[in-house]
Design a binder for this molecule. Structure first.
Ligand code: MSP
Length: 513
Protein backbone atom coordinates (compact mmCIF):
# COMPACT_ATOMS: atom_id res chain seq x y z
CA UNK A 1 0.00 0.00 0.00
CA UNK A 2 1.41 3.40 -0.86
CA UNK A 3 0.67 6.72 0.76
CA UNK A 4 -0.75 9.69 -1.10
CA UNK A 5 -0.70 13.20 0.30
CA UNK A 6 -2.75 15.73 -1.67
CA UNK A 7 -3.49 19.32 -0.73
CA UNK A 8 -5.66 22.17 -1.94
CA UNK A 9 -4.64 25.76 -1.36
CA UNK A 10 -5.97 27.15 1.89
CA UNK A 11 -8.72 29.65 1.08
CA UNK A 12 -8.97 33.25 2.21
CA UNK A 13 -12.09 33.55 4.34
CA UNK A 14 -12.90 36.95 2.92
CA UNK A 15 -16.32 36.30 1.47
CA UNK A 16 -18.45 33.51 0.09
CA UNK A 17 -16.62 31.08 -2.16
CA UNK A 18 -17.81 30.85 -5.76
CA UNK A 19 -17.99 27.98 -8.20
CA UNK A 20 -14.46 28.78 -9.48
CA UNK A 21 -12.99 28.40 -5.99
CA UNK A 22 -14.87 25.15 -5.57
CA UNK A 23 -13.10 23.76 -8.64
CA UNK A 24 -9.72 23.22 -6.91
CA UNK A 25 -11.25 21.37 -4.00
CA UNK A 26 -13.68 19.26 -6.02
CA UNK A 27 -10.76 18.24 -8.25
CA UNK A 28 -8.62 17.29 -5.25
CA UNK A 29 -11.55 15.36 -3.82
CA UNK A 30 -12.02 13.32 -6.98
CA UNK A 31 -8.33 12.40 -6.99
CA UNK A 32 -8.35 11.56 -3.27
CA UNK A 33 -11.40 9.32 -3.70
CA UNK A 34 -9.85 7.58 -6.69
CA UNK A 35 -6.62 6.91 -4.80
CA UNK A 36 -8.53 5.49 -1.84
CA UNK A 37 -10.46 3.17 -4.14
CA UNK A 38 -7.13 2.08 -5.64
CA UNK A 39 -5.96 1.15 -2.13
CA UNK A 40 -3.64 4.05 -1.31
CA UNK A 41 -3.48 5.46 2.17
CA UNK A 42 -4.62 9.00 1.44
CA UNK A 43 -4.20 12.21 3.39
CA UNK A 44 -6.25 14.99 1.86
CA UNK A 45 -5.71 18.43 3.35
CA UNK A 46 -7.65 21.65 2.93
CA UNK A 47 -8.24 24.69 5.11
CA UNK A 48 -8.28 28.45 5.44
CA UNK A 49 -5.65 31.17 5.22
CA UNK A 50 -6.84 33.68 7.75
CA UNK A 51 -4.18 36.31 8.36
CA UNK A 52 -4.48 38.35 5.19
CA UNK A 53 -4.41 42.12 5.60
CA UNK A 54 -7.56 42.48 3.52
CA UNK A 55 -9.37 40.30 6.06
CA UNK A 56 -8.52 42.72 8.84
CA UNK A 57 -9.87 45.54 6.68
CA UNK A 58 -13.06 43.68 5.83
CA UNK A 59 -13.64 42.74 9.47
CA UNK A 60 -13.30 46.39 10.47
CA UNK A 61 -15.79 47.37 7.77
CA UNK A 62 -18.20 44.79 9.16
CA UNK A 63 -17.66 46.11 12.71
CA UNK A 64 -16.26 42.77 13.88
CA UNK A 65 -12.99 41.54 15.29
CA UNK A 66 -10.95 39.68 12.66
CA UNK A 67 -11.38 36.39 14.52
CA UNK A 68 -15.15 36.84 14.82
CA UNK A 69 -15.29 37.71 11.15
CA UNK A 70 -13.28 34.71 9.96
CA UNK A 71 -15.05 32.27 12.30
CA UNK A 72 -18.36 32.97 10.59
CA UNK A 73 -16.97 32.68 7.10
CA UNK A 74 -15.00 29.53 7.90
CA UNK A 75 -18.25 27.93 9.14
CA UNK A 76 -19.71 28.68 5.70
CA UNK A 77 -16.71 27.15 3.94
CA UNK A 78 -16.88 23.98 6.03
CA UNK A 79 -20.59 23.79 5.21
CA UNK A 80 -19.87 24.26 1.50
CA UNK A 81 -17.43 21.35 1.55
CA UNK A 82 -20.03 19.24 3.33
CA UNK A 83 -22.61 20.06 0.68
CA UNK A 84 -20.14 19.29 -2.13
CA UNK A 85 -19.21 15.95 -0.54
CA UNK A 86 -15.55 16.84 -0.01
CA UNK A 87 -13.83 13.96 1.77
CA UNK A 88 -10.91 15.83 3.31
CA UNK A 89 -8.96 14.18 6.11
CA UNK A 90 -7.98 17.40 7.80
CA UNK A 91 -9.08 21.02 7.75
CA UNK A 92 -6.38 23.40 8.92
CA UNK A 93 -7.01 26.99 9.99
CA UNK A 94 -3.96 29.25 10.17
CA UNK A 95 -5.43 30.62 13.40
CA UNK A 96 -5.24 27.14 15.01
CA UNK A 97 -2.89 27.14 18.00
CA UNK A 98 -0.67 24.35 16.70
CA UNK A 99 -0.15 26.17 13.42
CA UNK A 100 0.67 29.47 15.16
CA UNK A 101 3.13 27.66 17.38
CA UNK A 102 4.78 25.89 14.43
CA UNK A 103 5.12 29.09 12.40
CA UNK A 104 6.79 30.80 15.36
CA UNK A 105 9.20 27.93 15.77
CA UNK A 106 10.02 27.91 12.06
CA UNK A 107 10.57 31.68 12.06
CA UNK A 108 12.87 31.48 15.09
CA UNK A 109 14.85 28.63 13.63
CA UNK A 110 15.38 30.37 10.30
CA UNK A 111 16.40 33.54 12.15
CA UNK A 112 18.86 31.68 14.35
CA UNK A 113 20.49 29.97 11.41
CA UNK A 114 20.82 33.23 9.47
CA UNK A 115 18.18 32.57 6.83
CA UNK A 116 16.01 35.38 8.18
CA UNK A 117 17.50 38.83 8.90
CA UNK A 118 16.18 42.29 9.77
CA UNK A 119 16.37 45.14 7.30
CA UNK A 120 14.27 47.85 5.75
CA UNK A 121 11.92 47.26 2.90
CA UNK A 122 11.34 49.85 0.26
CA UNK A 123 9.40 48.96 -2.81
CA UNK A 124 6.27 49.02 -4.83
CA UNK A 125 3.39 47.50 -2.97
CA UNK A 126 0.07 46.17 -4.17
CA UNK A 127 -2.32 46.33 -1.21
CA UNK A 128 -5.07 44.01 -2.55
CA UNK A 129 -2.50 41.30 -3.41
CA UNK A 130 -0.30 42.09 -0.42
CA UNK A 131 2.75 41.80 -2.61
CA UNK A 132 5.84 43.89 -3.03
CA UNK A 133 7.17 44.19 -6.56
CA UNK A 134 10.56 45.14 -7.89
CA UNK A 135 11.10 47.74 -10.57
CA UNK A 136 11.99 45.00 -13.07
CA UNK A 137 8.83 43.07 -12.30
CA UNK A 138 6.70 46.17 -12.88
CA UNK A 139 8.30 46.48 -16.29
CA UNK A 140 8.01 50.25 -16.53
CA UNK A 141 4.35 50.40 -15.42
CA UNK A 142 3.00 51.36 -12.02
CA UNK A 143 0.47 48.58 -11.79
CA UNK A 144 0.58 45.18 -10.13
CA UNK A 145 1.70 42.49 -12.61
CA UNK A 146 -0.78 40.06 -11.03
CA UNK A 147 -4.00 42.06 -10.72
CA UNK A 148 -3.36 45.18 -12.78
CA UNK A 149 -4.28 47.57 -9.97
CA UNK A 150 -2.05 50.54 -9.07
CA UNK A 151 0.93 49.95 -6.78
CA UNK A 152 2.38 52.46 -4.31
CA UNK A 153 5.79 53.12 -2.75
CA UNK A 154 6.11 51.70 0.74
CA UNK A 155 8.96 51.45 3.23
CA UNK A 156 9.10 49.69 6.57
CA UNK A 157 11.33 47.75 8.88
CA UNK A 158 10.96 44.09 7.97
CA UNK A 159 12.46 40.70 8.39
CA UNK A 160 13.66 39.08 5.21
CA UNK A 161 14.02 35.49 4.18
CA UNK A 162 17.28 34.91 2.34
CA UNK A 163 15.59 33.38 -0.68
CA UNK A 164 18.32 34.49 -3.10
CA UNK A 165 20.65 32.02 -1.41
CA UNK A 166 18.66 29.11 -2.86
CA UNK A 167 18.33 30.28 -6.43
CA UNK A 168 20.84 27.90 -8.01
CA UNK A 169 19.67 24.91 -5.99
CA UNK A 170 16.10 25.61 -7.02
CA UNK A 171 16.99 25.88 -10.70
CA UNK A 172 18.92 22.61 -10.49
CA UNK A 173 15.98 20.92 -8.78
CA UNK A 174 13.44 22.07 -11.34
CA UNK A 175 15.72 21.13 -14.22
CA UNK A 176 16.39 17.66 -12.88
CA UNK A 177 12.75 16.98 -11.84
CA UNK A 178 10.55 17.60 -14.87
CA UNK A 179 7.51 16.36 -12.95
CA UNK A 180 7.95 18.95 -10.18
CA UNK A 181 5.97 21.70 -11.94
CA UNK A 182 3.06 20.64 -14.13
CA UNK A 183 1.91 21.43 -16.75
CA UNK A 184 5.22 21.98 -18.54
CA UNK A 185 4.27 25.45 -19.79
CA UNK A 186 4.16 26.65 -16.17
CA UNK A 187 7.51 25.06 -15.55
CA UNK A 188 9.18 27.06 -18.32
CA UNK A 189 7.52 30.24 -17.10
CA UNK A 190 8.80 29.67 -13.56
CA UNK A 191 12.29 28.73 -14.69
CA UNK A 192 12.71 31.96 -16.60
CA UNK A 193 11.30 33.91 -13.66
CA UNK A 194 13.82 32.33 -11.29
CA UNK A 195 16.69 32.76 -13.71
CA UNK A 196 15.92 36.47 -13.94
CA UNK A 197 17.12 36.62 -10.33
CA UNK A 198 15.57 35.85 -6.94
CA UNK A 199 15.47 38.61 -4.36
CA UNK A 200 15.14 38.09 -0.65
CA UNK A 201 11.57 37.91 0.55
CA UNK A 202 9.86 40.20 3.03
CA UNK A 203 8.41 37.94 5.74
CA UNK A 204 7.22 40.31 8.45
CA UNK A 205 5.20 43.51 8.74
CA UNK A 206 4.71 46.17 11.38
CA UNK A 207 1.82 48.17 9.93
CA UNK A 208 -0.92 45.78 11.01
CA UNK A 209 -1.29 43.27 13.79
CA UNK A 210 -3.68 40.61 12.42
CA UNK A 211 -1.09 37.89 12.07
CA UNK A 212 1.22 35.55 13.93
CA UNK A 213 3.59 37.47 16.16
CA UNK A 214 7.33 37.19 15.56
CA UNK A 215 8.19 35.64 18.94
CA UNK A 216 11.38 37.59 19.58
CA UNK A 217 10.25 40.96 18.17
CA UNK A 218 6.71 41.77 19.17
CA UNK A 219 5.99 44.65 16.90
CA UNK A 220 6.30 42.35 13.87
CA UNK A 221 3.77 39.88 12.58
CA UNK A 222 4.74 37.10 10.18
CA UNK A 223 3.84 38.14 6.69
CA UNK A 224 1.60 35.93 4.64
CA UNK A 225 3.46 33.33 2.62
CA UNK A 226 5.66 31.98 5.38
CA UNK A 227 2.50 31.59 7.45
CA UNK A 228 0.30 30.24 4.64
CA UNK A 229 2.64 27.80 2.89
CA UNK A 230 3.91 26.08 6.00
CA UNK A 231 0.35 24.85 6.65
CA UNK A 232 1.20 21.89 4.43
CA UNK A 233 3.73 20.55 6.93
CA UNK A 234 2.26 21.98 10.12
CA UNK A 235 -0.96 20.06 9.44
CA UNK A 236 1.13 16.89 9.79
CA UNK A 237 2.56 17.94 13.15
CA UNK A 238 5.75 19.69 12.01
CA UNK A 239 8.20 20.70 13.48
CA UNK A 240 7.75 17.63 15.66
CA UNK A 241 8.88 14.60 13.77
CA UNK A 242 5.51 12.90 14.19
CA UNK A 243 4.57 9.57 12.67
CA UNK A 244 2.06 11.34 10.43
CA UNK A 245 4.73 13.74 9.17
CA UNK A 246 7.13 10.89 8.56
CA UNK A 247 4.55 8.93 6.68
CA UNK A 248 3.05 11.64 4.49
CA UNK A 249 5.72 14.27 3.86
CA UNK A 250 6.78 15.06 1.13
CA UNK A 251 3.40 15.81 -0.41
CA UNK A 252 2.63 13.89 -3.57
CA UNK A 253 0.85 16.87 -5.06
CA UNK A 254 -0.06 20.42 -4.19
CA UNK A 255 -3.00 21.25 -6.42
CA UNK A 256 -3.12 25.01 -7.05
CA UNK A 257 -4.70 27.58 -9.34
CA UNK A 258 -2.45 29.15 -11.95
CA UNK A 259 -2.35 32.44 -10.00
CA UNK A 260 -0.44 30.96 -7.07
CA UNK A 261 2.04 28.72 -8.88
CA UNK A 262 4.87 31.17 -8.30
CA UNK A 263 4.44 31.09 -4.53
CA UNK A 264 4.34 27.30 -4.53
CA UNK A 265 7.28 26.71 -6.85
CA UNK A 266 9.61 29.49 -5.74
CA UNK A 267 8.93 30.57 -2.16
CA UNK A 268 7.76 27.21 -0.83
CA UNK A 269 10.66 25.04 -2.05
CA UNK A 270 13.23 27.57 -0.86
CA UNK A 271 11.65 27.64 2.63
CA UNK A 272 11.82 23.85 2.67
CA UNK A 273 15.46 23.91 1.54
CA UNK A 274 16.25 26.26 4.42
CA UNK A 275 14.47 23.87 6.79
CA UNK A 276 16.39 20.98 5.31
CA UNK A 277 13.12 19.21 4.52
CA UNK A 278 12.28 17.31 1.32
CA UNK A 279 10.43 19.17 -1.45
CA UNK A 280 6.92 18.20 -2.55
CA UNK A 281 6.93 15.80 -5.46
CA UNK A 282 4.68 17.94 -7.58
CA UNK A 283 2.94 21.29 -7.84
CA UNK A 284 0.12 21.01 -10.32
CA UNK A 285 -1.37 24.22 -11.69
CA UNK A 286 -4.86 24.09 -13.08
CA UNK A 287 -6.59 26.69 -15.21
CA UNK A 288 -9.45 28.89 -14.12
CA UNK A 289 -13.15 28.76 -14.56
CA UNK A 290 -13.97 32.08 -16.18
CA UNK A 291 -17.19 34.00 -16.35
CA UNK A 292 -17.65 35.63 -19.75
CA UNK A 293 -13.90 35.26 -20.26
CA UNK A 294 -13.09 37.19 -17.06
CA UNK A 295 -12.91 36.72 -13.30
CA UNK A 296 -15.88 35.39 -11.37
CA UNK A 297 -18.01 38.08 -9.89
CA UNK A 298 -21.66 38.91 -9.49
CA UNK A 299 -23.34 38.82 -12.85
CA UNK A 300 -26.87 39.19 -14.05
CA UNK A 301 -28.28 35.88 -15.16
CA UNK A 302 -25.49 33.77 -13.68
CA UNK A 303 -25.62 32.19 -10.26
CA UNK A 304 -22.04 31.45 -9.17
CA UNK A 305 -22.81 30.39 -5.59
CA UNK A 306 -22.06 26.65 -5.46
CA UNK A 307 -24.51 26.06 -2.60
CA UNK A 308 -27.41 27.42 -4.64
CA UNK A 309 -26.26 25.53 -7.73
CA UNK A 310 -26.03 22.29 -5.76
CA UNK A 311 -29.52 22.84 -4.35
CA UNK A 312 -30.94 23.52 -7.80
CA UNK A 313 -29.18 20.87 -9.88
CA UNK A 314 -27.69 18.42 -7.40
CA UNK A 315 -24.16 18.17 -6.03
CA UNK A 316 -22.99 15.70 -8.62
CA UNK A 317 -24.11 17.88 -11.51
CA UNK A 318 -21.98 20.70 -10.09
CA UNK A 319 -19.02 18.41 -9.51
CA UNK A 320 -19.32 16.96 -13.00
CA UNK A 321 -19.65 20.31 -14.68
CA UNK A 322 -16.56 21.96 -13.18
CA UNK A 323 -14.37 18.92 -13.63
CA UNK A 324 -15.45 18.43 -17.22
CA UNK A 325 -15.23 22.08 -18.21
CA UNK A 326 -11.70 22.91 -17.05
CA UNK A 327 -9.32 21.01 -19.34
CA UNK A 328 -5.70 20.27 -18.57
CA UNK A 329 -3.71 23.48 -18.24
CA UNK A 330 -6.41 25.58 -19.91
CA UNK A 331 -9.18 27.80 -18.61
CA UNK A 332 -12.80 26.76 -18.80
CA UNK A 333 -15.88 28.86 -19.32
CA UNK A 334 -18.65 29.09 -16.81
CA UNK A 335 -22.19 30.08 -17.53
CA UNK A 336 -25.43 28.72 -16.18
CA UNK A 337 -26.55 28.11 -19.74
CA UNK A 338 -23.50 25.96 -20.56
CA UNK A 339 -23.98 24.12 -17.30
CA UNK A 340 -27.64 23.35 -18.01
CA UNK A 341 -26.79 22.21 -21.53
CA UNK A 342 -24.21 19.80 -20.15
CA UNK A 343 -26.62 18.52 -17.53
CA UNK A 344 -29.23 17.89 -20.20
CA UNK A 345 -26.92 16.27 -22.72
CA UNK A 346 -24.28 14.41 -20.71
CA UNK A 347 -26.17 13.63 -17.53
CA UNK A 348 -29.88 13.45 -18.35
CA UNK A 349 -29.58 12.09 -21.90
CA UNK A 350 -26.42 10.01 -22.06
CA UNK A 351 -26.11 8.63 -18.54
CA UNK A 352 -29.60 9.02 -17.08
CA UNK A 353 -31.39 7.53 -20.08
CA UNK A 354 -28.98 4.64 -20.34
CA UNK A 355 -29.74 3.63 -16.78
CA UNK A 356 -33.50 4.16 -16.98
CA UNK A 357 -33.88 2.38 -20.33
CA UNK A 358 -31.87 -0.61 -19.14
CA UNK A 359 -33.72 -0.90 -15.85
CA UNK A 360 -37.06 -0.60 -17.67
CA UNK A 361 -36.12 -3.35 -20.15
CA UNK A 362 -34.85 -5.68 -17.40
CA UNK A 363 -38.18 -5.26 -15.63
CA UNK A 364 -40.34 -5.56 -18.70
CA UNK A 365 -38.66 -8.60 -20.22
CA UNK A 366 -37.37 -10.44 -17.14
CA UNK A 367 -39.44 -9.21 -14.20
CA UNK A 368 -36.37 -7.41 -12.83
CA UNK A 369 -33.83 -10.24 -12.58
CA UNK A 370 -31.60 -11.01 -15.50
CA UNK A 371 -28.73 -13.51 -15.69
CA UNK A 372 -25.94 -13.90 -18.23
CA UNK A 373 -26.89 -16.66 -20.70
CA UNK A 374 -23.70 -16.98 -22.72
CA UNK A 375 -25.56 -16.22 -26.00
CA UNK A 376 -22.91 -13.90 -27.42
CA UNK A 377 -22.87 -11.91 -30.66
CA UNK A 378 -20.56 -9.57 -32.52
CA UNK A 379 -21.01 -6.21 -30.74
CA UNK A 380 -20.40 -7.77 -27.29
CA UNK A 381 -16.65 -8.08 -27.69
CA UNK A 382 -16.38 -4.52 -28.85
CA UNK A 383 -18.35 -3.30 -25.84
CA UNK A 384 -16.25 -5.32 -23.40
CA UNK A 385 -13.02 -4.22 -25.03
CA UNK A 386 -13.97 -0.57 -24.74
CA UNK A 387 -15.04 -1.09 -21.10
CA UNK A 388 -11.60 -2.37 -20.20
CA UNK A 389 -9.81 0.18 -22.33
CA UNK A 390 -11.78 2.97 -20.63
CA UNK A 391 -10.92 1.72 -17.18
CA UNK A 392 -7.25 1.87 -18.14
CA UNK A 393 -7.28 5.20 -19.93
CA UNK A 394 -9.46 7.01 -17.40
CA UNK A 395 -7.31 5.71 -14.52
CA UNK A 396 -4.16 6.86 -16.30
CA UNK A 397 -5.72 10.25 -16.87
CA UNK A 398 -6.64 10.62 -13.18
CA UNK A 399 -3.13 9.60 -12.16
CA UNK A 400 -1.89 12.47 -14.33
CA UNK A 401 -4.60 14.76 -12.90
CA UNK A 402 -6.22 15.10 -16.32
CA UNK A 403 -9.69 14.89 -14.86
CA UNK A 404 -11.54 16.33 -17.80
CA UNK A 405 -9.89 13.75 -20.07
CA UNK A 406 -10.89 10.97 -17.69
CA UNK A 407 -14.52 12.09 -17.81
CA UNK A 408 -14.40 12.39 -21.61
CA UNK A 409 -13.14 8.79 -21.78
CA UNK A 410 -15.89 7.54 -19.50
CA UNK A 411 -18.51 9.39 -21.52
CA UNK A 412 -17.20 7.82 -24.72
CA UNK A 413 -17.94 4.46 -23.14
CA UNK A 414 -21.40 5.65 -22.05
CA UNK A 415 -22.13 6.62 -25.68
CA UNK A 416 -20.82 3.27 -26.84
CA UNK A 417 -23.17 1.52 -24.44
CA UNK A 418 -26.12 3.57 -25.70
CA UNK A 419 -25.14 2.62 -29.24
CA UNK A 420 -25.09 -1.03 -28.16
CA UNK A 421 -28.81 -0.75 -27.42
CA UNK A 422 -29.46 0.52 -30.96
CA UNK A 423 -27.29 -2.22 -32.47
CA UNK A 424 -28.82 -5.09 -30.54
CA UNK A 425 -32.45 -3.86 -30.73
CA UNK A 426 -33.72 -5.65 -27.61
CA UNK A 427 -37.34 -4.74 -28.49
CA UNK A 428 -37.06 -6.82 -31.66
CA UNK A 429 -35.37 -9.72 -29.83
CA UNK A 430 -38.24 -9.61 -27.34
CA UNK A 431 -40.72 -10.41 -30.11
CA UNK A 432 -39.07 -13.73 -30.87
CA UNK A 433 -39.11 -16.48 -28.24
CA UNK A 434 -36.11 -18.26 -29.71
CA UNK A 435 -34.09 -15.12 -28.98
CA UNK A 436 -34.74 -15.20 -25.20
CA UNK A 437 -31.16 -16.25 -24.31
CA UNK A 438 -29.71 -13.54 -26.57
CA UNK A 439 -32.05 -10.93 -25.08
CA UNK A 440 -30.95 -11.96 -21.57
CA UNK A 441 -27.29 -11.63 -22.56
CA UNK A 442 -27.87 -8.19 -24.08
CA UNK A 443 -29.60 -6.84 -20.98
CA UNK A 444 -26.95 -8.48 -18.79
CA UNK A 445 -24.21 -6.77 -20.82
CA UNK A 446 -25.97 -3.45 -20.41
CA UNK A 447 -26.22 -3.91 -16.64
CA UNK A 448 -22.60 -4.93 -16.44
CA UNK A 449 -21.55 -1.88 -18.47
CA UNK A 450 -23.59 0.34 -16.17
CA UNK A 451 -22.00 -1.27 -13.12
CA UNK A 452 -18.56 -0.45 -14.53
CA UNK A 453 -19.64 3.09 -15.40
CA UNK A 454 -20.76 3.56 -11.79
CA UNK A 455 -17.39 2.29 -10.57
CA UNK A 456 -15.55 4.66 -12.90
CA UNK A 457 -17.59 7.76 -12.05
CA UNK A 458 -17.53 7.05 -8.32
CA UNK A 459 -14.60 9.40 -7.50
CA UNK A 460 -16.25 12.20 -9.46
CA UNK A 461 -19.91 11.65 -8.59
CA UNK A 462 -20.11 9.50 -5.48
CA UNK A 463 -23.85 9.92 -4.85
CA UNK A 464 -24.77 9.07 -8.43
CA UNK A 465 -22.56 5.99 -8.33
CA UNK A 466 -24.41 4.84 -5.20
CA UNK A 467 -27.79 5.44 -6.81
CA UNK A 468 -26.81 3.50 -9.90
CA UNK A 469 -25.54 0.65 -7.80
CA UNK A 470 -28.89 0.58 -6.00
CA UNK A 471 -30.79 0.54 -9.35
CA UNK A 472 -28.74 -2.37 -10.63
CA UNK A 473 -28.78 -4.20 -7.30
CA UNK A 474 -25.03 -4.42 -6.86
CA UNK A 475 -22.36 -2.83 -4.74
CA UNK A 476 -19.52 -4.37 -6.70
CA UNK A 477 -16.98 -1.66 -7.49
CA UNK A 478 -14.54 -4.06 -9.14
CA UNK A 479 -13.38 -2.68 -12.45
CA UNK A 480 -13.08 -5.86 -14.49
CA UNK A 481 -15.83 -7.18 -16.70
CA UNK A 482 -17.66 -10.16 -15.17
CA UNK A 483 -18.97 -12.64 -17.73
CA UNK A 484 -21.23 -14.48 -15.36
CA UNK A 485 -23.75 -13.54 -12.70
CA UNK A 486 -27.06 -11.76 -12.54
CA UNK A 487 -28.59 -8.39 -11.74
CA UNK A 488 -31.79 -7.57 -9.94
CA UNK A 489 -32.82 -4.06 -10.90
CA UNK A 490 -35.19 -1.63 -9.30
CA UNK A 491 -36.80 1.49 -10.71
CA UNK A 492 -36.33 4.95 -9.28
CA UNK A 493 -36.79 8.59 -10.18
CA UNK A 494 -34.72 10.03 -13.04
CA UNK A 495 -31.07 10.40 -11.98
CA UNK A 496 -30.90 13.80 -13.64
CA UNK A 497 -34.26 15.30 -14.60
CA UNK A 498 -34.15 17.27 -17.86
CA UNK A 499 -34.14 21.00 -17.33
CA UNK A 500 -36.24 23.32 -19.46
CA UNK A 501 -33.46 25.64 -20.58
CA UNK A 502 -35.55 28.69 -21.41
CA UNK A 503 -37.63 28.57 -18.26
CA UNK A 504 -34.57 28.04 -16.14
CA UNK A 505 -32.64 30.92 -17.70
CA UNK A 506 -35.60 33.21 -17.04
CA UNK A 507 -35.70 32.01 -13.44
CA UNK A 508 -31.95 32.64 -13.02
CA UNK A 509 -32.38 36.15 -14.43
CA UNK A 510 -34.94 36.77 -11.71
CA UNK A 511 -32.65 35.38 -9.02
CA UNK A 512 -29.71 37.59 -9.95
CA UNK A 513 -31.25 41.02 -10.57
N1 MSP B 1 -4.83 31.85 0.36
C1 MSP B 1 -4.26 31.70 -0.92
C2 MSP B 1 -3.62 30.34 -1.10
C3 MSP B 1 -2.60 29.98 -0.07
S1 MSP B 1 -2.01 28.37 -0.30
C4 MSP B 1 -0.78 28.18 0.79
C5 MSP B 1 -5.33 31.87 -2.01
N2 MSP B 1 -6.60 31.77 -1.62
S2 MSP B 1 -7.87 32.05 -2.56
O1 MSP B 1 -9.02 31.86 -1.71
O2 MSP B 1 -7.74 33.32 -3.19
O3 MSP B 1 -7.86 31.00 -3.72
C6 MSP B 1 -7.99 29.61 -3.48
C7 MSP B 1 -7.93 28.81 -4.77
O4 MSP B 1 -9.04 29.13 -5.62
C8 MSP B 1 -6.68 29.10 -5.60
O5 MSP B 1 -6.14 27.89 -6.07
C9 MSP B 1 -7.20 29.89 -6.78
O6 MSP B 1 -6.42 29.70 -7.92
C10 MSP B 1 -8.56 29.25 -6.94
N3 MSP B 1 -9.44 30.05 -7.76
C11 MSP B 1 -9.90 31.32 -7.52
N4 MSP B 1 -10.72 31.68 -8.54
C12 MSP B 1 -10.81 30.68 -9.44
C13 MSP B 1 -11.53 30.45 -10.62
N5 MSP B 1 -12.33 31.37 -11.13
N6 MSP B 1 -11.39 29.25 -11.22
C14 MSP B 1 -10.61 28.25 -10.70
N7 MSP B 1 -9.91 28.43 -9.61
C15 MSP B 1 -9.97 29.65 -8.97
O7 MSP B 1 -4.97 32.09 -3.15
Amino acid sequence: MSKYYITTPIYYPSGRLHIGNAYTTVAADAVARFRRIMGDEVFFLTGTDEHAQKIQRKAAEAGKSPKQYVDEIVDGIVELWRVLNISYDKFIRTTDDYHVDAVQKIFTRLHEQGDIYKSEYEGWYCTPCEAFWTETQLDGGKVCPDCGRPVEQAAEESYFFRMSRYQERLIAHIESHPEFIQPASRRNEMLSFIKSGLEDLCVSRTTFDWGIQVPFDEKHVVYVWLDALTNYINALGYPENTAVYQKFWPADVHLVGKDIVRFHTVIWPTILMALDAPLPKQVFAHGWLLLDGGKMSKSRGNVVDPVILAEKYGVDAVRYYVLREVAFGADGNFSNELMIQRINSDLANDLGNLVSRTVAMAEKYFGGTVAASGAAAAPDDDLKALAMETDGSSSDAINKLLLSNALADIWRFISRTNKYIDETTPWILAGDDSQRPRLAQVIYNLCESIRLIAAMIQPFMPDTADKIHARTGTDDIGRTWNDGGEFTVSKGPALFPRIDLEKEIAELERLTV
